[in-house]
Design a protein around this ligand. Structure first.
Ligand code: ACM
Length: 265
């Protein structure tokens, strides 16, 4: 199957411009599953809840989802993108999945990073979506720090971790290589580039979007300065072989009763 990422620069608050840019770039590819960055349509550094609420959208009937759905249908794409999602008085940092027929599913970010905790409500479950070609597990940016996320998605059957991101710490991409090795899954991390300044706060997004194989090989990556749309062919069956060598299987070799403290709180 063909998988890819769109790494882009986003202009804070200019939803029309960001969506138009993404749709134009996505128009250059077809027949693939593509991941976009976290909050790609709004930008990241909301000053307060009021500003966030003014830019958040409903799903599936909001402007951004409708525009992405059109290009997904036209170009036979499955697309995962990040959005601030308004739901009855709550706002989630969500990853929306749109398939090539226009059907929608979504995941709400569980592990909120830094000031996100003051702004967003957190999600309450992890999600794996079966498509015709693969089982997709969703995680958003800072979810990478919690190995429980990728392990849980793997145990739920995920073959590819779809990872919309606004990475700012320097080691998230490297950590995703480890997540792939320890679970023997693929991962698509789609990051932003550029700097966002809002009042006294300044953030630089680290780019280096990547697609990683179950062996931890970086199949394709982007730099940290330019926008980039990359697609590669993968053999999804590689993610079903959990054997590291003839004597080790990364799932069967676990002694989960020794680790129960993880879920005991
Ligand atoms: C992040 O979770 N956006 C760093």
């Amino acid at each position: 199957m063909r998988v890819g990422f769109l790494q882009m620069r986003c202009k804070f608050g200019d939803v029309k411009k960001n969506v138009k840019k993404a749709v134009t770039l996505l128009g250059r590819v077809s027949n693939a599953t593509i991941v976009l960055p976290e909050l790609f349509n709004t930008g990241y550094l909301f000053k307060n809840k009021k500003e966030l609420a003014s830019l958040a959208e409903t799903v599936p009937d909001g402007y951004t989802t409708n525009e992405i759905r059109k290009v997904a249908k036209k170009k036979n794409l499955n697309i995962v993108f990040g959005i601030a999602q308004k739901v009855k008085g709550k706002i989630y940092n969500s990853a929306v999945f749109v398939d090539s027929k226009g059907k929608i599913d979504l995941y709400r970010k569980v592990h909120l990073f830094d000031r996100e905790k003051l702004l967003f409500d957190h999600g309450t479950s992890l999600k794996v979506k079966s498509t015709d070609e693969a089982k997709l597990g969703f995680m958003i940016c800072f979810d990478w720090l919690f190995p429980e996320v990728s392990r849980t998605l793997t145990l739920k059957g995920a073959q590819i971790l779809c990872h919309p991101s606004n990475l700012v710490l320097p080691y998230g991409q490297n950590a995703m290589v480890t997540r792939c090795i320890e679970n023997r899954v693929f991962a698509i991390t789609a990051n932003r580039i550029g700097i966002e300044r809002r009042g006294p706060v300044r953030l630089e997004f680290t780019g280096k979007s990547q697609i990683v194989s179950p062996n931890g090989e970086i199949l394709v990556s982007a730099g940290d300065k330019s926008e980039s749309l990359k697609v590669v062919e993968i053999d999804i069956k590689e993610a079903d072989d959990k054997n590291l060598n003839p004597n080790n299987n990364v799932i069967e070799d676990r002694f989960s009763s020794y680790y129960s403290i993880i879920t005991d709180k």
